[in-house]
Design a protein around this ligand. Sequence first.
Ligand code: NDP
Length: 329
Amino acid sequence: SKAVTLAARPVGMPKKSDFAIIETDVGEPGDGEIQVQNLCMSVDPYMRGRMVDRKSYVPPFQIGEVLTGGCIGRVLKSNHPDFAEGDHVSSHHGWREAYTSGVEGIEKLGALVTDPSAYLGAIGMPGMTAYVGLLEVGALKDGETVFVSGAAGAVGSIVGQIAKLKGCRVLGSAGDQEKVDLLTGELGFDYAFNYKDGNILNHLREGAPDGLDVYFDNVGGDHLQAAITHMRPFGRIPLCGAISVYNDFEPAPGPNNLTMAIGLGLTLRGFIVSHFNHLAGDFRRDMEQWVTSGQIKYKETIYEGIDNAPDAFIGLFTGANVGKMVVNF
Ligand code: NDP
């Protein structure tokens, strides 16, 4: 069975030679252990941070070790009373085709309402990030005006659709015209723009003449600075991610207009989805209902086979994905 290790710490944009594909032995399960065949795995922007040797909210990956990350699998063999052959499980034993382990940190998913891969995206960690970031951190109220960056990605596409469900006016930015068309077409955004084309602040003025109540920040950098300038009094900015600076070697300068937050009474609040684990039950119930009723559409970009996992990961930083980037086995 194959797995992917970190061969070198990426400098700047990650490259294929930073990864290695190896053969591993998946041992027989001992007492209390299970053996799982992975069906699909997630690649996520936060993994870039773990490839750097520094202290963070998750410890760094080590050179030569198999990478870890979200995955959905099926139990092949079980020596644990709570798990049966055929059960779908979600775990952090990704970047490998199969594994044998104890059950700590492995979640039994029960009945799935759609494809397993959706539990890595809309009904998984990114969807939950959108849900708690917008509704809890962003304290969204019905009918407000919301802007989300990275809007065609896993988190952003769900943020925009939840905001539409709440009767909001929704703006989104993405890196090419095809994504912009998806946003204003199938996903129902009111206004979308290609951030590589024209000035971000001008787009915001056009799409939201009265300003923004909530800016859901996936990108940082220029996007954050432009949004701060265009916020309404007492606006909220959930700081979810800053993918535009993840490959920077030196820290990027901060927004030069942060003092505007004083007079406007803005709230800029960072968060990690796991700060809201107590809402996981509510999230799964709501999102499964929204997905099965068609009120929320989920998009995926699927790379086939573990050999393509490094390319899928690198693709996050070139915008190769529409919706959730997934590797299927
Ligand atoms: P996405 O599916 O959005 O994939 C990443 C996207 O980022 C790409 O498709 C690309 O789209 C865009 N991008 C890449 N480089 C840049 C750049 N320089 N400037 C602007 N956009 C860029 O990933 P996720 O939805 O999984 O994650 C989105 C954000 O949310 C990330 O910042 C991530 O770290 C964060 N996150 C935070 C969590 C938390 O708990 N706080 C949990 C999960 C995610 P495009 O074509 O539009 O450029």
